[in-house]
Design a binder for this molecule. Structure first.
Ligand code: ADP
Length: 585
């Protein structure tokens, strides 16, 4: 898999003023010279200090009373004075030195700022960089204004009071019966009425049956009720995928922090660099061209003539209203947009397209299609329904029909990157990028017989955002169809880059989008759940963000390749020095 490059290989400084602490310091000893426990040493010096102060004061009072000159001191008084100074210095050193130092040596504000590798560039970019906050932080949007900030709730529902699930004797009996095959593993949730316990028992039974350990796959800390009957069957744990943040991504005048769930080193950093280049150039424009989910059943007739009759009936504009009334009964959000048919002999493939509000829409469109098929059966009783999906849809497979007709959201996103930014942020030139795009993304892909793959790595960004936001990652296949175009503009000084993506299939309700982590990521983007104002607006906005992030990813990776940095950065960021040769148990 191709992967992008990070723009800076600098070592980031600590963001706090550092107080040097010896690594091997033993906190229980005051010092090597005085090898007593710390609390004892302090007690000794405290006692000494106050004892000698008391002694000297009483001696002083005595001298005043007996009119003895103060400079006449006895041996015990000399010892007391020495002890006073010694204990005073110790106590000042221990409790007071940091305070005195903090007054004398105030930390320079510079130490709070992480240094950049290339100061020269940073000075220039700092002037131009209008981004309000460092990449990855919460964002202020200039346009349009964001709703008033809601209080941030840090603690979500606590799924597990106990950190580790403990199996009881009763559980042990159930495990044994699952292992013996008496209790089906899939029935545990309904039998026990406790999804977490069901998962724990299934997991233990699985380990015993296979003789393989699942340690490393966490069980605790997940809400198993939330996936029941909707997201995953027979769970035994969950896989952890880190979520990185690229951004702020400036699209259509708004800034977004883009969550990306990935284990590919460089990917987030590279997309982040692309976001920076876009921001410094004034932001990208993302336009939604079409919004319609498709489903295409396959029906068969006795003759090709009968299949053609149905095709003509379905495509006749006079019948559209009747068909849409039937179709639209399935949901208040699903609205039939069009029907396109393809014949293969006696078989007819009927591609229905409908709007689906904020849902990705596969369930919705399927229900509508079923309504229409049932309705058609009256006028076409010889119609044999082969399958509700006949692959002309086409879902989760590379297919020209999606590339040409679009599926889900069709989006085009563009930006003009200033020549300066190409040089200073992307470390390449407009000329090299345009040439590389022509030879790699266009000609190279044509030579490879690509279908929708006229890009550098759109699927990298799409997959990472899909996983983070609870989309169906299998739809990455067609959602990543993308043609990346580059052109020199403004007398060759600047770069016009665009990504055209005809099949972005996303939703903000249904499926995995309602799970806690995924929903948090949608919330970060400001597109969580159903849009209150306009049904579908959240899902459409998410599609424009996906296209914007792909634009950033394309910019950065293409620049890395143009500058010949790809392999170098991969070796640095994608190859851990850790020993990965150790086998699993
Ligand atoms: P999909 O069709 O993507 O598989 P689901 O059928 O799982 O999605 O989820 C869509 C459900 O959410 C439907 O029951 C629908 O009525 C409901 N819903 C609520 N608000 C909206 C909205 N704004 N847009 C679309 N669906 C919505």
């Amino acid at each position: 898999m191709e992967a992008p490059r990070l723009y800076s290989t600098k070592r980031v400084q600590s963001l706090k003023p550092t107080k040097k602490i010896p690594l091997e310091e033993d906190p229980t000893k005051a010092s090597d010279a005085l090898p007593l426990p710390l609390h004892l040493t302090n007690a000794v010096f405290f006692t000494l200090f106050f004892s000698v102060v008391y002694f000297l004061l009483s001696r002083w009072r005595e001298k005043i009373r007996t009119s003895t000159p103060l400079h006449v001191v006895t041996f015990s008084e000399i010892i007391a004075i020495l002890a006073f100074f010694a204990s005073f210095i110790y106590l000042l050193g221990f409790f007071g030195l940091d305070f005195v130092q903090s007054l004398v040596f105030r930390p320079s504000p510079d130490v709070w700022i992480a240094e950049d590798e290339e100061e020269e560039n940073e000075v220039l970019l700092a002037k131009e960089d209008a981004r309000k906050v460092p990449c990855g932080q919460a964002l202020d949007c200039l346009l349009p204004p964001l709703p008033p900030a809601a209080p941030i709730v840090t603690a979500q529902k606590v799924f597990d009071e106990k950190p580790v699930t403990v199996l009881t004797e009763e559980d042990e009996e159930i495990i044994k019966s699952v292992v013996a095959g008496t209790t089906p593993s899939y029935s545990l949730e309904s039998k026990l009425g406790d999804c977490k316990r069901a998962a724990a028992i299934r997991r233990e039974a699985l380990q015993r049956l296979t003789g393989k350990s699942l340690s490393g796959l966490p069980l605790d800390g997940f809400d198993y009720e939330s996936i029941l009957g909707q997201c995953c069957e027979m769970p035994v744990g969950y896989v952890q995928i880190p979520v990185g943040i690229a951004g702020p991504l400036l699209v259509n005048g708004r800034e977004y922090s883009v969550p990306m769930a990935t284990t590919e080193g460089c990917l987030v950093a590279s997309t982040n660099r692309g976001c920076k280049a876009i921001h410094l150039s004034g932001g990208a424009t993302s336009v939604l061209l079409k919004d319609g989910m498709t489903r295409a059943p396959c029906v068969r007739f006795g003759t090709a003539k009968r299949a053609a009759d149905l095709k003509l009936y379905l495509e006749d504009p006079d019948n559209f209203e009747t068909l849409s009334v039937v179709f639209n009964r399935s949901s208040r959000f699903g609205r039939l947009q069009g029907i396109k048919c393809a014949i293969a002999g006696k078989n007819l493939y009927i591609r229905f397209t409908c709007s689906t509000g904020d849902a990705m829409g596969m369930n919705m469109v399927s229900k509508g299609v079923q309504n229409v098929l049932d309705f058609l059966q009256t006028d076409f009783p010889d119609m044999d329904v082969i399958g509700i999906s006949g692959n002309y849809c086409s879902d989760k497979k590379p297919a020209a029909v999606n590339w040409i007709e679009g599926r889900g959201k069709s989006v085009v996103c563009e930006v003009i990157i200033k020549g300066d930014v190409v040089r200073k942020v992307l470390k390449t030139s407009v000329e090299s990028l345009v040439e590389l795009n022509m030879l790699k993304n266009l000609t190279g892909s044509a030579m490879a017989g690509a279908l929708g793959g006229f890009n550098a790595h759109a699927s990298n960004i799409v997959a990472a955002i899909y996983i983070a936001t609870g989309q169906d990652p299998a739809q990455n296949v067609e959602s990543s169809h993308c043609i990346t175009m580059m052109e020199a503009v403004n007398e060759g000084k600047d770069l016009h880059i665009s990504v055209t993506m005809p099949s972005i299939e996303v939703g903000t309700v249904g499926g995995g989008t309602q799970l806690a982590s995924q929903s948090a990521c949608l919330n970060l983007l400001g597109v969580k759940g159903a849009s209150k104002e306009t049904p579908g607006a959240n899902a459409r906005m998410l599609a424009t963000i996906v296209a914007g992030a792909v634009l950033a990813g394309e910019l950065s990776l293409m620049s890395a390749i143009a500058a010949g940095q790809l392999v170098k950065s991969h070796m640095k960021y994608n190859r851990s020095s850790k020993d990965v040769s150790k086998g699993s148990s």
